[in-house]
Ligand binder design. Structure first.
Ligand code: HEM
Length: 328
């Protein structure tokens, strides 16, 4: 999840302060070490969300239980709760790393909260943490399925957990038929698009930059997956509103990034002229800006109108009905 952190690399502008200091490429191992404090904070956030979700289940206010009454037992379904908690910390870290990437790849703001070098490092470490959190979310979901399928032999249980969580198209129940492949798409795209940064000296900075741009797709898929499938944002209540609201700064920064790119080659210019590039290229860039502006307007409409796709919570939770097992 590393949007154009170093827009000047391989481009026309001056090299960043890091590059001037040292020609050594940034190594994955060094970044993994630097990501430790960041990852520790992410684990603490995950633990806090887990405790919150557990408390909601115990108090009877859990939206997850309202959607799936058979889950009304935090002690049994703790792995599911942990998967949800990793999903939320993953989404929060994805939000942070995308915001940092957009901040760094647009025209330099007059004031930054920290030095550019520090922000670039945070961007790289938070993106590594995001990938780990996304993976932990899917892994805990798989673990819960393995626990749940207790009538199958071990090989069958392991396969059911793995295939439903990681094989696109395998999960065949309800909204998950669409939402799970969207989540898998986000996870499977995040890993190469994020890690290519560490081999950019082999593939070329321009190729890396072109590919890395698509990391925004990872973020969009993650939010889409959550809105579609997250039981804690199932109903039109405050968690869903907050989730929509959080997308507003991302959309505004994306729009600013497109309107005022750091690299001259990405500016809109006049079509057909040298600075404006080819006419199809110009049309594509202009369409991107219009789409980003439309997203900002769309988000404002959703938040202001309250038409956010949330369902109404039933007055009474339906009686518990067990979730069918693979062996049933
Ligand atoms: C292999 C990929 C994935 C699988 C199998 C998966 C599975 C699931 C499942 C089963 C749920 C429903 C949980 C519930 O009852 O609320 C869910 C919700 C969620 N997922 Fe994923 N997911 C995947 C990828 C992702 C990614 C990449 C993100 C981004 C960080 C993400 C973030 C979330 C969030 C925030 C929720 C809402 C949890 C809640 O409502 O408490 N997921 N996911």
């Amino acid at each position: 999840m590393l949007p154009d952190a170093t827009p000047d690399e391989g481009g026309t502008a001056a090299p960043s302060s890091r590059d001037r200091r040292s020609a050594e490429p940034i190594r994955l191992r060094a970044d993994l070490r630097s990501a430790l404090p960041d990852a520790t904070a992410a684990v603490a956030v995950t633990a806090a969300v887990f405790a919150f979700l557990w408390a909601r289940m115990e108090s009877g206010s859990s939206a997850t239980v309202a959607v799936m009454p058979f889950m009304d037992d935090a002690g049994t379904y703790w792995m599911y709760l942990l998967s949800q908690a990793f999903g939320w910390s993953g989404l929060l870290w994805a939000w942070g790393t995308v915001m940092l990437g957009l901040l760094l790849s647009g025209q330099r703001p007059a004031r930054l909260p920290a030095s550019r070098q520090t922000l670039e490092r945070w961007h790289r470490t938070t993106s590594l943490t995001t990938m780990a959190l996304m993976f932990a979310h899917a892994l805990m979901f798989a673990a819960e399925l393995v626990r749940y399928e207790d009538k199958l032999a071990w090989a069958g249980r392991l396969w059911a957990g793995f295939a439903d969580s990681f094989v696109p198209g395998w999960y065949d129940s309800g909204t998950g038929r669409i939402a799970i492949p969207i989540g898998q798409g986000a996870l499977y795209l995040a890993i190469p698009l994020g890690l290519l940064f560490y081999v950019r000296h082999r593939i070329g900075a321009n190729t890396w930059r072109r590919l890395h741009r698509f990391v925004i797709v990872v973020y969009v898929l993650s939010v889409w997956h959550t809105l579609l499938y997250g039981t804690n944002v199932w109903y039109g209540e405050w968690p869903r509103t907050v989730l929509w609201l959080l997308q507003l700064p991302v959309a505004v920064l994306l729009l600013l990034r497109l309107l005022r790119p750091a690299r001259r080659a990405e500016r809109l210019g006049v079509p057909g002229r040298r600075a404006g590039g080819s006419v199809p290229g110009w049309v594509l860039r202009a369409a991107g800006r219009v789409a980003a502006a439309a997203v900002v307007v769309g988000l404002l409409v959703v938040v202001a109108s309250g038409h956010d796709g949330g369902r109404d919570r039933p007055a009474e939770t339906p009686a518990s009905s067990p979730h069918p097992k693979e062996s049933d």
